[in-house]
Design a protein. Structure first.
Length: 339
């Protein structure tokens, strides 16, 4: 396992200029418009609580990566939180209170996941091109992986774990340039070996295993599509195809979660809503927040309570960062949390 000392990231001041997509920066371009897709029912989300306000240092706030810990608390990352402000927040949903969980002076964290191998929390540092590991109590942070892969640095956005604890990361290279340089990267659970499983992707963003761990769903932000990578017995890619074309209008595909029935929850950047698809690409539902959502522009990710159907949606914009809740179509699993 490669351990590195956490190093400061002087470039966080540039977080406001980074094209953070799931990680995407809120740019005021959101609008109501018609419901994307060709049908499906509407799931109405209700506001739970406000977690953050716009940070004067970065000019924004952006909540991401909600995931439940073993005690039922919800952990959420704030992508653009400056040094000293909470970059990971722990939420007590029963009490509707939030406490700082982790901060540092390095990068911009865009997702969080608990490893099934060591039980630690893993954060993707989009700005620093690294994966950081933290103990379940918020202590002992260290750099799990950093550096070039096949001669190019990562812009790690979201991540998913296989049952053995290996990491699968959406590398959003090419997003700023608007070029299809995105990748899917596999890092073994010890952090010793990194492999590019797929490349030539249009700003890879969301990533999640399907319900049977037979393949990976990935969203491509610049193409507004969801692709499917079928995996072989060794964890490599056996095949790849476009699975869903998302009619998002001005909105773009952000993070992905999968429930126990295999349904896909596709978050939208540029509109505070989420689309739900069956594994066969049928548009089943659209999650909408109330129409009086002035100042909220993106719904980046969702966590569904493990073994339950209550879902918590992270929503952000100039009005701040909020949690909304709705009833999911099926129960939550590991693939319904974080990433």
């Amino acid at each position: 396992m490669r351990r590195h000392t956490i190093r400061p990231l002087a470039a966080l001041a540039a977080a406001g200029t980074l094209a953070l997509t799931g990680c995407a920066a809120d740019d005021g371009s959101a609008g109501e418009g018609a419901t994307p897709g060709d049908g499906g029912r509407t799931l109405h989300a209700q506001r739970v609580m406000q977690l953050t306000q716009v940070h004067p240092q970065t000019g924004m706030t952006l909540l991401e990566g909600p995931t439940f810990d073993e005690d039922g608390h919800l952990l959420v990352v704030d992508v653009t939180a400056p040094a000293g402000e909470p970059k990971v927040i722990r939420v007590d949903l029963d009490e509707e209170t939030a406490q700082p969980f982790h901060t540092d002076d390095r990068g911009a964290y865009t997702s969080a996941q608990f490893s099934p191998y060591d039980g630690r929390i893993y954060l993707t540092d989009f700005a620093g091109g690294a994966v950081v590991s933290i103990a379940p109590d918020g202590g002992d942070p260290y750099t799990f992986f950093s550096g070039d892969i096949d001669g190019a640095p990562m812009n790690p956005d979201d991540l998913a774990f296989d049952p053995e604890g290996n990491l699968y990361i959406s590398d959003s290279r090419g997003m700023t340039e608007g070029e299809p340089l995105g990748r899917v990267v596999r890092i073994d659970r010890d952090g010793e070996e990194a492999t590019v499983l797929a490349d030539g992707l249009a700003a890879t963003n969301g990533i999640s295993f399907d319900a049977g761990y037979d393949g990976l769903w990935i969203s491509e932000l610049l193409a507004n599509r969801i692709s499917y990578l079928r995996l072989d017995a060794e964890g490599g890619v056996a095949s790849r195809h476009t699975a869903v074309h998302v009619d998002g209008g001005i909105a773009q595909t952000d993070s992905i979660a999968v429930d126990a029935d295999g349904n896909l929850y596709q978050a939208l950047h540029g509109r505070p809503a989420m689309l739900v698809y069956s594994p066969h690409g049928e548009h089943l539902a659209t999650v909408e927040i109330p129409a009086d959502h002035e100042g909220l522009e993106s719904a980046t990710n969702v966590a569904i309570v493990p073994g339950g159907t209550t879902a918590y949606l992270t929503v952000s914009g100039p009005a701040g960062g909020y949690l909304y809740s709705f009833e999911a179509l099926a129960e939550g699993t590991r693939q319904s949390n974080g990433g």
